[in-house]
Design a protein around this ligand. Structure first.
Ligand SMILES: C[S@@+](CC[C@H](N)C(=O)[O-])C[C@H]1O[C@@H](n2cnc3c(N)ncnc32)[C@H](O)[C@@H]1O
Length: 269
């Protein structure tokens, strides 16, 4: 059996990969954050799949194991500790958590945001540092809702969680309810809501750049902005774009197997 790992940047790319995998008899598909793993029995199918896509960064590996899909799925969704949070996949929700820790339960699904991806982890660390009791928070690109949930558990009084993807909003709704959160509003757009104390935005470079003026408009002067989803080679572009209306307070870096990620904490000037 062949295993192909393909990173993707947006929904359109993801759908193209999924479509091509079906058209070429793939035996299964797994989603990690920003990456799909597609399985093929035959090299011919794999070649057909590859020729449908223009992806430059594709990682192919021959694997001999007989795949147990359920246990593979579970393997990618482990308990994650980011102090004071313990992020638990819903199938492990009976795990005991110390009193001083905060539990977040996330349903593993197609929505982004299990807490395992470096971009999400860095956002959570920044949220822990800067969220204040009573804050009004915007989670732009909420995916599973993990950051909105973290913000409420850190004391935010109102959290607007926005995503353009229907599946993400549906999953976020389930997670919000599993975590008994009462202060999160879900929406497809940020509309005219503004005066946020804190905005967290873990999307990708181009979207972050497109959203810059909306971010400026919606954030209070002296409000904090957490940006994530940026690759190290894109760092300068973001720094330049945000130079004018934002002061850079702190940078975080974290790498995974294939990429080096950067996150920024800004203050609106
Ligand atoms: C990388 S995921 C982040 C999920 C979660 N916030 C986390 O940190 O793990 C990015 C999310 O942004 C959403 N998204 C992409 N472009 C967007 C836009 N212009 N406005 C709102 N959401 C967007 C995607 O649908 C996706 O769910």
């Amino acid at each position: 059996m062949w295993q192909v790992k393909i990173p993707y940047c947006n929904l359109e790319e993801k759908e193209k990969i999924i479509l091509s995998s079906f058209l070429n008899n793939s035996k299964g598909i797994e989603e990690q954050e920003r990456e799909l793993t597609v399985f093929f029995d035959s090299l011919n199918d794999l070649e057909g799949f590859q020729s449908n896509l223009n992806s430059k960064s594709i990682f192919i590996e021959k694997i001999s194991e007989k795949i147990d899909w359920l246990s593979r799925w579970k393997r990618f969704h482990k308990v994650i500790k980011i102090d004071p949070f313990i992020i638990i996949p819903s199938f492990k929700k009976d795990i005991k958590v110390e009193k001083r820790k905060k539990r977040i339960i996330i349903n593993p699904s197609f929505a982004f945001g299990t807490g395992s991806h470096p971009t999400t982890r860095m956002c959570i660390k920044f949220l822990v540092e800067v969220t204040k009791r009573g804050d009004k928070v915007l989670d732009l690109g909420c995916g599973s809702g993990i950051l909105a949930i973290a913000a409420e558990k850190l004391g935010a009084n109102y959290v607007l969680a926005v995503d353009i993807d229907d599946i993400a909003l549906k999953e976020a709704k389930k997670n919000i309810s599993k975590n008994n959160c009462k202060k999160i509003t879900l929406s497809h757009t940020m509309g005219d809501d503004n005066n946020f104390d804190l905005i967290v935005c873990n999307i990708l470079l181009n979207t972050i750049l497109e959203l810059k003026s909306d971010l400026k408009k919606s954030l209070k002067v002296n409000g904090k902005l957490i940006l994530s989803g940026i690759l190290e080679e894109q760092e300068e572009e973001v720094r330049k774009a945000f130079l004018k209306d934002f002061k850079l307070l702190k940078t975080r870096r974290l790498r995974d197997k294939n990429y080096r990620w950067v996150s920024f904490l800004y203050e609106r000037t």
